[in-house]
Design a protein around this ligand. Sequence first.
Ligand SMILES: O=P(O)(O)OC[C@H]1O[C@H](O)[C@H](O)[C@@H](O)[C@@H]1O
Length: 447
Amino acid sequence: MAAIHFDSNGLQNFVADNELDEIKDQVRFAHQTLVNKTGAGADFTDWFHWASSQDQASLAPIHQAADAIRKNSKVLVVIGIGGSYLGSRMAIDFLKSPWHNELVQGDEVKVYFAGNAMSPMALDELDRVIGDQDFSVNVISKSGTTTEPAVAFRFFKQRLVAKYGEEGAKERIVATTDAKKGALKNEATAEGYQTLVIPDGIGGRFSVLSAVGLLPMAVAGINIENVLAGAAEAEKTYSSDNVHENPVLAYAAYRRILYDKGYTTEILANWEPSLQYLSEWWKQLMGESEGKNQKGIYPSSANYSTDLHSLGQYIQEGRRDLFETVVRIDHSKHDLPIPKTGDNEDGLLYLEGKSLEEVNKTAATGVVLAHVDGGVPNLAVHLDRQDEAGLGELIYFFELAVGVSGYLFNINPFNQPGVEAYKTAMFALLDKPGYEEQSKVYHDRLK
Ligand SMILES: O=P(O)(O)OC[C@H]1O[C@H](O)[C@H](O)[C@@H](O)[C@@H]1O
């Protein structure tokens, strides 16, 4: 049964009843383009049937690697950037806790993330956090050539060798990368690191349900079969090509309708701190997929209540080009009664007898009304429970939505040519071999 309920009631003041119908044929065509693999980037749509095609045998290497890490380590350092870390970070926050590393008990393994920044301070701090705990490294890079994780890997390799010796270090490294190419693959082969494969037909930002996301999840104690089952079920649930029957298509359609009316920024909002990285993952998925040819919805995020006290003013009264998609958890994992004191010194007597979940949900409902009144169209993705299958479904929901949405924008949703521009400038300024011509141009510009 679907764990997601999509709610578009918050569009009443903004979208007329007939508008969904008017766009339905375009959406059907975009969906068929994706399903039939006839569109741009079709070689990178294997995520579509990925979860439903996994079985015990395909997951065995992931479990073996996870078991070995759990046996010999207290800490796993996941080195990766973009799609090579956001998915597992999202999953650990969502399914365990943002405080997972503080809450581990017994044999549970802490998971830290590195290689997503070039800050020496951050690296040094993580080094100190690990201290003398036994640790392993999962270095993840689809291309195998990304600078940020490669630099971090050098540091952690050195640390592993210092602690465990050359051979011992090798036993504590798992490289998740391309099956054949890239510097990381070559190094793994030369050094004899254990490798897990990132499938050819799945791009980085769609790779959370491959070994990229599944190994760190398994190490953190997440039931990866259940996550995959949720996504596999979603493939069936969201298979219709009719906007009136398929909520994913309705979501893609409404986003496009809103964009055409000038609502060009989408805020993915949540009411649970454990969903913050869902938004971070979603921002890469949406931004890299849609932001092309001077088109696309700008993906932004807000964490409530926190951001009501920082971004809230802008959302309520700033430039009217925003719409909001709120991810709401219908049944919280934990609830707490508001403590009873029987007095009203703090002005909270009226909350006694209520639970914190009730208050959180009521606040969420109130904020929708206020934002709609302020001119912010509102969509809601309700998730019944914050569990493994629910996360799998949510992942599939957004991946499918952006695939369809990309074709609605008539762009290739599966490439990311724009990301190269910063790399060219950085490599040129760092005098990387092969960039000699650009080096001169970029150095001259700084004179
Ligand atoms: O996994 P890697 O090849 O190291 O790539 C990590 C990230 O690099 C770039 O930013 C790409 O645009 C992303 O799509 C990718 O997720």
